[in-house]
Write a protein of this length. Structure first.
Length: 285
């Protein structure tokens, strides 16, 4: 750690500290074109090769010693590394865990996603809770989804809570924001994806669809095909006009006495069902 800067930041009210803390607001993120990444796991993924530009990384001396590999990776990416005491990092973010990064916002367009030939894409419509949005993005990454789309009425996925909830998956999966649901669904369908809406009152049972994946009869959605899933608001689910956009509406079967599944759990079940069905489609004869 001989190359760690010597000028320890000790003033939690300094302008630089205030500027970093301001990134907890959407206005500051839009104004600066940057967002805040908190904690060792998120910062580690942010500074990995191939990630977005990283402007600054701030660490306590203890975190710098513990995560010297993360700081080395940050420097290799051209980031400025500064040390601050615990009060400074806490002022930047109460969730810093001794380490934060200021990262550039790099917009991704829907056309770019579609040009890559996606086979699994969740679409979040009117999802307002940052924790839920981040958890769905993490599940999408784990299931091998090609991108995550959010409508303009959904939460800002660069909200600090959303970023934390992704556990670094924000840097693994292209994310397109600010979309109108109707045109986005039309574009997905034109690109060859079947559009399925997840809803507890759906006409099709997810388990039944898995049973016939790859050999679904006419009129039945085939989970083995490239698929986009529509997921709705945490409290009221998908609006009727959003359900009407889909080729079919699918329900996750509930075997026990639970009234329903929360958004993130239902999304994970649907995405992994598609991932399983896609293995059937690509398996050697």
């Amino acid at each position: 750690m001989d190359d760690v800067p010597d000028d320890l930041m000790t003033n939690p009210r300094a302008d630089r500290v205030r500027a970093v803390h301001a990134l907890t607001t959407r206005a500051a993120r839009r104004r600066t074109g940057t967002f805040l990444v908190e904690g060792p796991q998120g910062v580690r993924e942010a500074v990995a090769p191939g990630g977005p530009p990283v402007h600054d990384v701030y660490a306590t001396p203890e975190a710098a010693r513990r995560y010297d590999d993360v700081l080395a990776a940050a420097r290799a990416r051209g980031a400025r590394v500064r040390l601050g005491d615990e009060d400074v990092l806490a002022a930047m973010s109460p969730d810093a865990q001794g380490l934060v990064a200021v990262v550039a916002l790099v917009p991704t367009g829907l056309g770019e996603v579609l040009a890559a030939g996606p086979t699994l894409v969740p679409v979040l419509a009117h999802v307002r809770d940052p924790g839920n949005a981040g958890t769905v993005l993490r599940a999408a990454d784990a299931a091998g989804a090609d991108a995550v789309l959010l409508t303009r009425s959904s939460v800002d996925v660069h909200n600090p809570k959303a970023v934390r909830s992704t556990a670094g998956s924000l840097f693994h999966v292209p994310v397109v924001t600010g979309l109108d649901a109707g045109p986005a669904v039309q574009a997905l369908r034109a690109a060859g994806l079947t559009v399925l809406a997840a809803d507890g009152a759906g006409d099709h049972d997810l388990d039944d669809l898995l049973d016939v994946a790859g050999q679904a009869p006419a009129g039945t959605p085939d989970l083995a095909r490239p698929t986009a899933w529509l997921f709705g608001n945490e409290a009221w689910g998908l609006r009727e006009e959003d359900r009407a956009l889909a080729d079919a509406v699918v329900r996750v079967p509930i075997r026990g006495r639970a009234e329903s599944l929360n958004l993130a759990t239902a999304a994970a079940v649907c995405l992994f069902a598609s991932a399983r069905a896609h293995r059937t489609r690509t398996a050697p004869a």
